[in-house]
Design a binder for this molecule. Structure first.
Ligand SMILES: [Mg+2]
Length: 381
């Protein structure tokens, strides 16, 4: 069962362990909850059965499960004088870092693995290139970050893959030489500037969920109206999906907001919800995600069945896990999770925050420049 963002991993008597794949769903700065090993929370069997039932009675239980996982991933801060708890968190952090080392400290190993292959760069936006901020409309990227991305795109095909509407993410990034996959990959467009890596006569444009546009608009308008009663709630129309932001909503109102979203969703069986960081996202039930977008873009670039490609995907969100998994399954390139805290992930490496992402991109450019013949560098710089 994968609906409502819970994955059943074990059944023992009356209790069922549920893996929360995004442990810090509503908090990017809190440590992993002590006493929740492996990122599991327990939901009673009865509750889960009611969850599966759906319908009117199921609405409350579904939203309760959302909020349960939100709370499980947003525990109160652990006081510094609780020695045992601190030790446990430290141990947990160090074993996670061992399995997902910093992409900066492993830079040489990464670049040597890419030798002889074409690096293709995939970048999430929020929390990866820009900091997570209270108001999603203010999630600007710095000029230094923009320069780093621009430089990377001079040497490697580069795509921005975001849950945001494509136009919106473009208005933040403002680089015409990139590929953009907005709405979780459901709205893909190639560079508007000439790109040397792609047949310039063949424009890339793909919208696998276009038939859902009227429905998404309708749900957006309903949610916009209904959520007015919840202070701080923000609804964002991302064209092929709708985001309901919890970031500015007091925790005591999470249940109300989640129930409200769930009750609207109940009327639209062709839509489903996924959770991001402090956000519920409503999207079409089609089998399309950031991982599919990555595969589509690799194919567009002529690397569908090639061993000569080395895709690198950097993201911070659970929706990026689909892309990390694709890379892991293909055995090509690797994923880098942006996170300060341990999370269950298919990424191979980690970076703590956007400033480290910038450092990684800058280092990649420097490495590439140094590996090129001098006359070619002079021509391009
Ligand atoms: Mg993100």
């Amino acid at each position: 069962m994968t609906n409502q963002n819970v994955v059943v991993s074990d059944v023992k008597g009356m209790a069922i362990s549920v893996t929360v794949t995004n442990q810090t769903l509503l908090s990017s700065s809190v440590p992993k909850p002590v006493g929740v090993p492996g990122g599991c929370i327990t939901i009673s069997r009865n509750k889960l059965l009611r969850l599966e039932t759906g319908g009117g009675g199921g609405t409350r239980m579904i939203s309760a499960a959302w909020v349960d996982s939100m709370r499980a991933s947003s525990p109160p801060r652990i006081k510094s004088n609780t020695t045992t708890a601190s030790l446990s968190v430290t141990q947990d952090q160090s074993s996670w870092t061992l399995n997902h080392p910093s992409a900066l400290s492993m830079f040489e190993q990464i670049t040597s693995a890419s030798k002889g292959k074409q690096i293709v760069m995939f970048l999430d936006y929020d929390g990866t290139l820009s900091p997570i901020v209270e108001d999603p409309d203010q999630a600007f990227m710095s000029n230094e970050m923009r320069k780093a991305v621009r430089d990377v795109a001079r040497y490697f095909p580069t795509a921005i893959v975001s849950g945001r509407c494509r136009d919106k993410v473009y208005s933040f990034v403002k680089l015409a030489e990139l590929y953009y996959a907005g709405s979780h990959g459901m709205d893909i467009k190639g560079p508007s500037k000439c790109h040397k890596y792609k047949n310039e006569n063949e424009a890339v444009f793909y919208q696998p969920a276009s038939e859902f546009l009227p429905m998404i608009q309708e749900v957006y308008e309903i949610l916009l109206e209904k959520t007015k009663s919840v202070p701080g709630a923000k609804v964002e129309n991302n064209k092929f999906c709708v985001s309901v932001h919890f970031r500015c909503v007091e925790e005591k109102s999470w249940d109300t907001l989640a129930e409200l979203v769930s009750s609207v969703l109940n009327e639209y069986p062709k839509l489903r919800s996924t959770q991001g960081r402090k956000v519920l996202e409503i999207r079409p039930t089609i089998k399309w995600d950031k991982g599919k977008a990555l595969e589509f873009l690799l194919e567009s670039l002529g690397y569908a069945n090639s061993n000569e490609v080395f895709p690198v995907y950097i993201g911070d969100d659970r929706t990026d896990e689909d892309a990390f998994k694709v890379l892991r399954d293909r055995g090509q390139g690797f994923g880098i999770l942006v996170s300060k805290v341990p999370k269950e992930t298919n990424a191979s490496y980690s970076l703590q925050e956007p400033s480290e992402v910038k450092g990684f991109l800058q280092r990649l450019v420097k490495w590439k420049r140094l590996s090129m013949p001098m006359q070619y560098i002079r021509k391009r710089v």
